[in-house]
Write a protein that binds this ligand. Structure first.
Ligand code: NAD
Length: 478
């Protein structure tokens, strides 16, 4: 018996959760179930996180969470429960298998069988945003070495465990050389430990185009959070329907399993919704807790039901489907097929699919870190960078001297172009004036001179060299 926490959610949530539990329990899942209330009711009762302390206790005790979709009320500062749960429980890996069910579910990609593994905790989703000037807001993109290593290793371990042949990495490291650059570099390093699995890297734009056009070229794809968010929906949709896909959110301690779609409030309470997405999530959960034989029985019965043409309204198609059914009838049909295998679609075998346990991340020893300059960001209403450089002349100190100004990353001084459009947000780079090492006091001297000159400094960003290599971006055009 494994004790799990279940939330029936909002909208179509309770119906699809009941259907899912009926199926997996009929298949022999050995589960003790603790039910918690999360979502709309909790939000509207005044809890802006959508989850109570008692519910957190249940999740942290049981460590396995099967969650139906919830409704996040619009406005009112309600925080997304999904994002909160992923981060609070350290669920760093989001896993979404996207497999077409041709010819039983309409798709342009009959042989698609892709697993998207998305980093789930960092990147732009740190949610650290600031308005800095009248014209400019920023969002910090944070990528960490532990974050990259954990997700990339997870992707290779997943591939090995599920008998997959290739892991592809998508990044935009031609532009984001530090952040996406680290993700790509870690991918290359970790790939060397898995010589039995093919590896490749694509720039995300052309990779996404190829995925949408020729998904059969891919097997497992690993990527940072934002690209993964977008492309996992694309992959699920082109495989047939977002209504059919489930996802797993895996951490070192805890895991959460769900459908990828939302609470579809307009369909709620009508016995219409397709429970397949949540069922796919539940199957991943059964594999995760080691009940692989049950997972296999359920998946094969589900494939057989789809193949029999017993379809809910969302995938029902005249000429292909045989019978249009409601949520409950669909569940009954899957239960009736338990023990059977599909004949056209490929039956699954999860013999090897036991719990995927990764070693805990080991911190690396520190490298050498040297302060080599500072970027001072300035709010200034002028438009000519030369004028700003003149204003900043008195800010130079014997130790640090203005060396470059950029606007939205483009070098505009020295030798800028009149054609470059400039906002009121300027990055002013100060480098050593005399080749001496830089220290924090030198930066403070620059800032206090800037105050004397009534320069509106928004923030500073220290420039470091790690292990002797500059670890910051150049200005575009520099
Ligand atoms: P949605 O996924 O709920 O619905 C999109 C469309 O797909 C609708 O036409 C809906 O009827 C249909 N659909 C979705 N699931 C279906 C199913 N199982 N069977 C049949 N048809 C299905 O997306 P939305 O309308 O943008 O969002 C509705 C609510 O869900 C919002 O409050 C949103 O915040 C929430 N949401 C929750 C989650 C989650 O809890 N994981 C994810 C996405 C959206």
């Amino acid at each position: 018996m494994t004790r799990i926490t279940v939330a029936k959610g909002d909208g179509i949530g309770p119906e699809i959760m009941d259907a899912t539990l009926d199926i997996i329990l009929a298949a022999g899942a050995q589960l003790d179930i603790d039910e918690i209330e999360v979502g709309e009711k909790v939000y509207l009762a005044g809890n802006t996180s959508g989850i109570s302390k008692e519910s957190w206790d249940s999740l942290r005790r049981n460590k396995v969470f099967l969650k139906a979709p919830i409704t996040t009320p619009q406005g009112g500062g309600y925080k997304s429960l999904n994002v909160t749960t992923r981060k609070m429980l350290g669920l760093y890996a989001n896993v979404r298998p996207c497999t077409s069910l041709h010819p039983f579910v309409k798709t342009k990609h009959p042989v698609m069988d892709v697993v998207i593994i998305r980093e789930n905790e960092e990147d732009l989703y740190a949610g650290i945003e600031h308005q800095q000037t009248d014209e400019v807001v920023q969002c910090l993109k944070l990528i960490s070495r532990p974050g990259c290593e954990k997700i990339v290793r997870y992707a290779f371990e997943y591939a090995r465990q599920y008998g997959r042949k290739k892991v592809t990495c998508f990044t935009k490291d031609n532009i984001m050389k530090q952040t996406d650059g680290m993700f790509h570099q870690v991918f290359e390093e970790v790939a060397k430990e898995y010589p039995d699995i093919e590896n490749e890297h694509w720039i995300v734009d052309i990779g996404a185009a190829k995925l949408a056009d020729t998904p059969e070229a891919f097997d497992v794809i690993v990527m940072p959070n934002l690209y993964g968010d977008v492309l996992s929906d694309v992959a699920a949709q082109i495989a047939g329907s977002v209504g059919l896909a489930g996802s797993a959110n895996i951490g070192e301690e805890c895991a959460m399993f769900e459908a990828i779609h939302g609470s579809a409030p307009r369909r709620a309470g009508q016995n219409l919704a397709n429970p397949s997405g949540l069922l796919q999530g539940a199957i991943m959960m059964l594999n995760h807790i080691g009940q692989t034989d049950v997972a296999e029985r359920v998946q094969n019965a589900w494939l057989k039901t789809i193949e029999d043409g017993i379809h809910t309204y969302d995938i029902y198609k005249e000429g292909v489907s045989k019978q249009k059914v409601g949520t409950k009838e669909f569940a009954q049909a899957v239960i009736a097929n338990l023990g059977q295998q599909p004949s056209t679609l490929k039956p699954v075998s999860y013999a090897k699919g036991t719990t995927l346990k990764l070693p805990k991340y080991q911190r690396k020893s520190n490298g050498t870190k040297e302060l080599v300059g500072v970027d001072v960001f300035v709010h200034w209403k002028g438009t000519k960078a030369d004028e700003l450089a003149t204003l900043l002349n008195p800010v130079n100190t014997p130790d640090l001297k203005l060396s470059m100004i950029t606007n939205r990353g483009i070098k505009v001084w020295p030798d800028g172009f009149d054609e470059t459009f400039c906002t009121d947000h300027w990055r002013c780079r100060f480098l050593p004036a005399n080749g001496h090492p830089v220290n924090s006091r030198h930066i403070i001297d620059v800032l206090s001179k800037a105050i004397d000159e009534q320069i509106d400094t928004i923030k500073t960003e220290n420039l470091y060299a790690f292990n002797g290599k500059p670890a910051f971006s150049m200005g575009q055009g520099q």
